[in-house]
Write a protein that binds this ligand. Structure first.
Ligand SMILES: Nc1ncnc2c1ncn2[C@@H]1O[C@H](COP(=O)(O)OP(=O)(O)O)[C@@H](O)[C@H]1O
Ligand SMILES: [Mg+2]
Length: 270
């Protein structure tokens, strides 16, 4: 069963020692159950903050975030949330299998009755044969595969991914994106991915949520109606470019783009 993610008029103010920072202001968001959502926006606009609110790592200053109608705290208690961070957060002294099984050790194996088998998950993410490898023996991409397997261990309905492949080279990243889509389709989770790549957002998502600079608000939601499974070939289609341009318009505004275009035309004419 999949569940939706909703944010209603969410505001997040960080009360630091200095002046308070409003990271999010009146954010409204709906990620339909079972869909793949992508959040894109400039650095510091509150993308990670929004994901942390959904993950119950932070509590909103105002407004509400719900997972299938329940609070993130309840969803987290029920192991409905899987989280993958930008840098793989594997424990260096534990093998791949031990890392993937970490959630079992945390909640207690007796209470994790519905959990996946680590063997199945290791296979799902393409790490067969590396059960006993230590993180430092793996490439960055492989480490993220293990982190994804770990996030899926307790069969979450929601997969939250904060720039999971940001540190990887372009080719590995493309491959990992395809793998992630396959895993998402296989597990039937609702996925919400933070990315700073427009092409990646369009390639992956059913809906791209465009955020404004801080204080972050969702300024555009673009529905991407491209067939699934997505293929790299689709990235060459005119439909794909249309979506990319729409996201770009949402991010930079049409005016700014037209100015940039005019500037480049005049440079060429020179
Ligand atoms: N724990 C925190 N305490 C104080 N300020 C924070 C904290 N977390 C994030 N911020 C601030 O909130 C804003 C949004 O941060 P973040 O959500 O990490 O942005 P993004 O992920 O889009 O780059 C930034 O100005 C950041 O400095
Ligand atoms: Mg971030």
């Amino acid at each position: 069963m999949s569940e939706d993610i909703r944010a209603k008029r969410v505001t997040m103010v960080f009360e630091g020692r200095g002046t308070p920072v409003t990271a999010l202001e009146d954010v409204d968001l709906l990620v339909p159950a079972g869909s793949f959502g992508a959040i894109i926006g400039p650095s510091g606009c509150g993308k990670s903050t929004l994901l942390r609110l959904a993950a119950d790592v932070l509590g909103a200053t105002a407004g509400s975030v719900t997972i299938g109608g329940r609070t993130p705290a309840v969803a987290r208690r029920d192991h409905k949330l899987g989280f993958v961070f930008q840098s793989p957060t594997l424990l260096p002294w534990r093998t791949v299998r031990q890392n993937v099984e970490l959630p079992l050790d945390i909640v207690g194996r007796s209470r994790a009755s519905g959990a996946h088998s680590a063997t199945d998950l290791i296979k799902l993410v393409g790490l067969e044969g590396f059960d006993n490898a230590l993180p430092h023996e793996l490439s960055g991409g492989m480490q993220q595969r293990a982190a994804i397997a770990r996030a899926l261990m307790l069969r979450p309905t929601i997969l939250l991914l904060d720039e999971p492949f940001g540190a990887l080279d372009e080719i590995t990243r493309q491959r990992m994106n395809l793998e992630l889509l396959r895993i998402w389709a296989d597990t039937g989770t609702t996925a919400l991915l933070v990315t700073h790549s427009i092409a990646e957002a369009v390639f992956m998502a059913d809906r791209v949520y465009v955020m404004s600079p801080r204080p972050g608000r969702i300024t555009a939601t673009i529905e991407v109606v491209l067939p699934r499974p997505r293929t790299l070939e689709m990235m060459k289609s005119s439909a794909f470019f249309d979506y990319v341009n729409r996201v770009r318009d949402g991010l930079f505004g049409r005016e700014a783009q037209e100015m940039a275009q005019a500037a480049s035309v005049s440079v060429e004419a020179y």
